[in-house]
Ligand binder design. Structure first.
Ligand code: AP5
Length: 186
């Protein structure tokens, strides 16, 4: 199974992708996690991305695509994948189609996690208190939500016209949402 997760910051993409990875044995590819690993390692790529991420803006398409291509070449991806945080704008959606066509691994399902903004704010504020992620502050979160509305929400249509979009209510317990996702993938 090859899956793309879509949804606003805090909608639960990472949480649900980790659970699906565990239960279905798929590769979980989070571009946010890949970028944070580069920042933590202090690589050139990480240094270029650090401030952009802290502001809540998108890192350049070329940087993220290069990183994704390298990850997609790893052997675990052959069993199926969950893309979490990519694509994030229309250009990335087109680039992803081309990459996956070349690899012969097209997307089976795009899952959109739908969560009201007031719930997103509560979840991110809670994580900020517990983990202190650099972009989990009110100002960066406002930017992330605007970027989502302006640049990422149009990607939903990209999958809707292909007929493989599934909308899942992202409220409730982690297990309840997981069960809805499993139904949507069936
Ligand atoms: P990224 O890491 O992708 O962040 P995001 O999209 O803002 O998503 P989050 O991690 O905040 O939320 P999530 O939907 O994964 O929810 P989660 O499961 O964590 O990207 C970060 C940055 O990297 C971007 O801003 C950009 O700069 C850059 N970047 C990444 N990809 C890029 C790309 N393709 N192109 C360019 N730049 C890119 O849950 C959130 C919280 O809620 C957690 O604390 C969790 O425990 C909690 N929670 C989850 N589910 C529930 C539930 N059911 N009930 C209660 N709490 C819950």
């Amino acid at each position: 199974m090859r899956i793309v997760f879509l949804g606003a910051p805090g909608s639960g993409k990472g949480t649900q992708a980790s659970l699906l990875k565990e239960r279905l044995g798929l590769a979980h590819i989070s571009t946010g996690d890949l970028l944070r690993a580069q920042v933590a390692a202090g690589t050139e790529l990480g240094r270029a991305a650090k401030e952009v991420m802290a502001r809540g803006e998108l890192v350049s398409d070329a940087i993220v695509l290069g990183m994704l291509e390298a990850r997609m070449a790893e052997p675990d991806v052959a069993n199926g994948y969950i893309l979490d945080g990519y694509p994030r704008n229309s250009a990335q959606a087109v680039a992803l189609d081309a990459l996956l066509d070349r690899l012969g691994m097209p997307v089976d399902r795009a899952v959109l996690l739908e969560v009201a903004d007031e719930v997103l704010l509560v979840r991110i504020a809670e994580r900020s208190r517990k983990e202190g992620r650099a972009d989990d502050n009110p100002e960066s979160l406002r930017t992330r939500l605007t970027v989502y509305q302006d640049q990422t929400a149009p990607v939903i249509e990209h999958y809707a016209v292909k007929g493989n979009l599934r909308r899942v209510a992202g409220l409730g317990s982690v297990e309840e949402i997981h069960a809805r996702i499993r139904d949507a993938l069936a």
